[in-house]
Design a protein around this ligand. Sequence first.
Ligand SMILES: [Zn+2]
Length: 103
Amino acid sequence: MKNSKLKVDAYKMGYYQDNLCTNCHQNKIEDLLHYFFQCPKYNIQRNSLLQKIKSLAKLKNMSYKSILQIVICNNADNIIQKNEFIYLLKSIKKYTTQTQRFE
Ligand SMILES: [Zn+2]
């Protein structure tokens, strides 16, 4: 996820003039937090993702930033069990597929 196709990264690579999200036109930087948890364009897909996240008791009250850290760092040790971590990764993957952001 270091060099994603999100504009925050594509901008750094020189592909765009800015790093703002063009899916919602709210002048927000399109970073992981925006894409997964804030961009209104994906509200419908996000409902399903949030339901799955909330079904994991340990993540229920965790900040979105902390949840992203778990996913990015691939480090769920001592936080959630391995099967829960896999469930989280699958849920994230399903979200990215459903939003079609990277097609
Ligand atoms: Zn947006």
